[in-house]
Each structure stands twice: as structure tokens, then as C-alpha cells.
Design a protein around this ligand. Structure first.
Ligand code: MD3
Ligand code: FE
Length: 226
């Protein structure tokens, strides 16, 4: 069906919900897996802990070394937090906005990330950093590699909350074609091994209202940074 301006009409029956079965595992790379709905049973523990972290270390938009303000707002918890400013990208033990250590990583965060890593085949995952990204409609993350972590042998575990997003999963060069993978509230993705240095990004967030999180997407990434 088309509108009279020739744009297709799609019935967005699943907006803001997971159209996939919780418990479903999708392999998106040699050592990368989407665990659909994996975080849902943990949310009653995770969300209050997340609110407390954001009280102590509120979201803020950071500037890249090139001088651009990121559309995604960031915070962190754990021993190390990822930051950027005009002088570069790095992990820091303190929040540059307050000079204080980042809030501790709650036990529920670590336990959930370890359980997800284990399910994807990575035992003994010990995250010391959790980067918290907030996307409002229009916010995006352009294709990049994550290589500020000291060890590249540990996986990265990510948790999506709130509005759905289209994740781009590319190759080892920026120009390689990328897969598009929709991520929904409660989905976990685990990346490791040979996939750890693949380019990836997030397309501009579409407007919407999530019943629990409102008009935003929050993504947490658990990393072994130090
Ligand atoms: C794939 N965040 O914070 S999560 C980031 O949804 C970041 O906020 C995106 O990319 C987000 O750096 C994507 C996942 C992610 C993290 C690290 C990866 C995907 C990855 C490392 C290698 C390959
Ligand atoms: Fe990344």
C-alpha cells in the first residue's frame, strides 16, 4: 500500500515491543550473539540501580577530539568510565564533571552481564566498566571500532532499554557493508573474539514512547577496560 506521495505505509504493529521470542538466540557473527529478551527478568533489579547511578553521574553530551558534540549523552559506572574531549578518547577512574570516582557497578549489573557472556560462550567475564548511552529521537552513533580497552580478548556485553534501534554491524574496514539488526527493550548482545574489532554503529533513533522508559533508548555496555 502507498500514500499518494508514493511512500509506503507499513503497519507498525510491534512498535516498542519485542516481536521476537524472549529466549531466542541469534548468531550475528562468528562470536557474536543477540540474546532476545535476556535482560527482562533482571529489570526489577537493574532499573532502580540505574536510576541511582544517574543521580550521582547524570547524562551529559561529550565532545569528540574533532570538536563535534556527540548526539548521544553518556554516563558510566564501575572502576573506569569512557570519556572523550578535545584531547582524545580514554578511560578514566573519575567523572570529569565532578572529579569523583564513577559510581560503583551494582552487583545486579555484573551478575547479569556475566550470565549473558556465559550463555554466549565467554566464561570468567569480569567487567570493570559500564558505559551508559542515552539516545533521544534523532540521536545516532556513526560507524566506529571500540579499541580503547586494554585487552581485546574480553567480550563486550550490551543491553538495550526503551525505544527500539537499528544497529549496524559491519566488517573490519569502515567501507565494508554492514548488517542491520533491530534491537529492542531487554535484548542483550555479546560480541567477542574475532568480532571484537568490527565496525558498528546505530542509525538515528526514531520517535516514539516506550511504556517504561519514555521517549528514549538507553544502552549499557559492559567492558573489561583496564
Ligand atoms: C560490536 N554503542 O558505546 S552497543 C559504544 O547501542 C557503542 O549504544 C552502541 O557502540 C549502542 O561503543 C552499540 C554495542 C557494541 C559495543 C561494542 C562492540 C557493539 C560492538 C564492539 C565490537 C563490535
Ligand atoms: Fe562501540
Amino acid at each position: 500500500m502507498m500514500r499518494n506521495d508514493d511512500t509506503p505505509i507499513t503497519l507498525d504493529l510491534f512498535a516498542g515491543q519485542t516481536p521476537t521470542t524472549p529466549g531466542q538466540v541469534e548468531r550475528i557473527g562468528e562470536q557474536s550473539f543477540v540474546l532476545r529478551g535476556f535482560a527482562l527478568p533482571w529489570l526489577d533489579r537493574l532499573l532502580p540501580a540505574l536510576e541511582a547511578i544517574l543521580q550521582a553521574a547524570p547524562f551529559r553530551q561529550m565532545v569528540t577530539p574533532g570538536g563535534f558534540t556527540m548526539s548521544v549523552a553518556l554516563s558510566s559506572c564501575g572502576a573506569l568510565g569512557w570519556t572523550t574531549d578535545r584531547s582524545g578518547y580514554r578511560y578514566s577512574a573519575t567523572d570529569p564533571q565532578t572529579g569523583h570516582p564513577w559510581p560503583d557497578m551494582p552487583a545486579a549489573f555484573r551478575e547479569m552481564a556475566q550470565a549473558a557472556a556465559r550463555q554466549a560462550g565467554f566464561e570468567h567475564f569480569e567487567p570493570d566498566s559500564c558505559l551508559i548511552n542515552r539516545y533521544v529521537p534523532g540521536a545516532r552513533m556513526s560507524l566506529h571500532q571500540d579499541k580503547n580497552e586494554r585487552s581485546l580478548t574480553a567480550p563486550i556485553v550490551s543491553m538495550s532499554l526503551g525505544l527500539p534501534a537499528m544497529f549496524q554491524f559491519g566488517g573490519f574496514e569502515r567501507s565494508d557493508r554492514s548488517l542491520r539488526i533491530p534491537l529492542f527493550h531487554g535484548d542483550i548482545v555479546v560480541w567477542g573474539g574475532v568480532d571484537r574489532l568490527r565496525y558498528h554503529g546505530v542509525l538515528p533513533l526514531k520517535a516514539g514512547e516506550h511504556p517504561r522508559l519514555g521517549a528514549q533508548r538507553i544502552n549499557l555496555t559492559f567492558r573489561t577496560a583496564g
